[in-house]
Every structure is written in structure tokens, then in C-alpha cells.
Design a protein around this ligand. Sequence first.
Ligand SMILES: [Zn+2]
Ligand SMILES: [Zn+2]
Length: 355
Amino acid sequence: MNQPKMMRAAVLHDWNDIRMVQRPVPSPGPGEVLIKVESCSICGGDVKIVTRGMLKQPPMDSFIIGHEYAGTIVELGEAVDEYAIGDRVTVEVHKGCGRCRNCIDGKYTACLNYGNLEKGHRANGFTTNGGFAEYAVNHVNTISKIPDNISFDEATIITTAGTALFGIEHTGGFVAGDSVAVVGPGAIGLMAVQCAKALGAGKVILTGTRDERLALGKKLGADVVVNLNKEDPIAAVKRETGGYGADLVLLTAGNSASLQQAIRIVRKGGDIVLVAHFEDTVSADLGLCVQNSNNLYTVRGEGKRCVHRALELMRMGKIQAKDLLTHSYPLDEIREAFRVFMAREGGAIRIVLHP
Ligand SMILES: [Zn+2]
Ligand SMILES: [Zn+2]
């Protein structure tokens, strides 16, 4: 194929030190495609990778970061007939090994060979090369065609929606008519609000501390928003749910206070899904969960075709990304983009980079 030999790519040189370097353009192996990256967005997970590291993260200077990207297929590996050159695609992170007990069970985001390349596991942008580059290689298991009415920029945030859907899926997936409380108005929280509404949830309540984000949550479909600085969330959720608490709580903010809030606003017998990544050890009154017979679920990634489902919901206009994509920069300005993202400057929610 006629791809260039070298490309620009962003690697982690040291903690908080991203560098643009030249790297060889990769070649797709069997079952893989080469994607010309059009857009790659910065997610909270990237900040963790850049500031403190994640499980099985490769050594400094060795791997290309970025895991929420979209682009055009420019080369097909051996035995790929599911996609064609020119297809617009977006990616999800987890490519399970396909041979461990969990993968065989369909739980590939909990692959027992996480980070083991020899066994076929890939997590682009986490354990293998990602999308802050001109090109990236992906296994067909991790790509989805982008419908015509969705832009590359919008498609970068689809795994975020997929994660929210995967969380709901864990509880049985059926939220029609149920009250849903979303704790934390970050990108996942704002997608969770939209997904819950799209799935027919009854009252959706969003809690947080930033008025701007809460107002956006309301625009995106939240029936009630609660600013924790002004109102007690427990009283507010009880008031909105006939005194019982929310049927389902999606926790998208990873700290003790948020977890405690989730435990206090869920209905007796209701479900709590921990979607957030927790930075530290947390403490909360789990005894109350036992007493109230609550179900606690955790979710990793965006498995079970949830990204495909999210794309369909976006195609139909039931969820949207435009309001979450607040900034964009050329890839070469990735350091400035990370600075703005981490400082939440200018109300940054998601920043998209263009190679
Ligand atoms: Zn992410
Ligand atoms: Zn596996």
C-alpha cells in the first residue's frame, strides 16, 4: 500500500511529559486494519496514564498514547473482509485474548490476559500503541463503522457512551420507567444521562457541584439537577422519587463522598453501578448497602457491543456528542491541549486533537 514510512506520534516521555516523535507507520497483521486517524479525543483515562500510570502500562518513550479515536481505513490485514478501504470507523479499547475463560464467556473487558501481547490481548492507548498519531492499527473486533451523519470528532466520544450503556447492561439493561440518579456531571455522567433517557428511564436526576455542567445535563435530558453545594442530594432524590430513593444509581465520580452519596440516594433493594475510576482507596458505609439489600456492580470499559449500540443511538439522534466536544487542537499542540483539559479551562469537557 502507499502509506508513508514514518508518521508523527505522541509518546509519554516521562510523567506529565508528552513528546511528539517520528515513528514507523505500523502494518496491520491478520484480522487487523490500518486506520488513518482523523480525530482523537482526550479522556480522563489519558490523564491517569500521563500523570501516574495504569495497569500494565508500557515503559516510558515506548508507546503511543490515545484511546478514543476515529479515522478512515487505508489498509486491510490478512483475512479481513468485514471492512473495506475507505470505511469511516471508530474504535473501542479492549481486544480480549479470545482464549481465556472470561473472553470465552464474552467478558473480554475483564480478559485474564490483560496486557499480554503474545496471547493476543490489546488495549490501544493503554498497553499497546494508540491514536494520538497519524496512523493506528486495530483488530476488527475493536472497530465500528461510523454512520454518515456522525462526524469523526463526535465518534471519538462513543466509547464514553458505550461505557455508560455497559454499566446499565450490567444491572439487566432494563431501565424503562425507572428512576435513575447519575452522580457526577463529567463526560461519562452526561452520556449516562442521555443513555438512560434514550432507554426510556423515568425520572433522571443528575448531581454535581458545577452549575454549568448541571445546566448542560438538563439540556441533555436530565429531569432534575442537584447542586451539592446548594442542596442535600439525599433529600432531593427522596423528594423526587416518592420518598424511596433512585431505582438505579450510576456513579461516575470516583471518591469517598460520591460513593457515600450513591449509597444514601439509592432505593432499598436498588442497584448501584460504579462506572468511575477511583484514584485512591475510598471508604463509605457499605453496611448500609447490606442492610438495604442493594446490588453493587462495577464496570470496566465498553463491552457487549455497547459501542455499536451507542453509535446507533447517536445516529438516531437519541444521544449527542456535540455539546461535550468543547475544544479542538492540532495534534502537534497536544501538550497545551492536555494542560487546558486538566485545568478544565474554558469549561473543557472533551478536547479533540487532529493529526
Ligand atoms: Zn477513555
Ligand atoms: Zn481473554
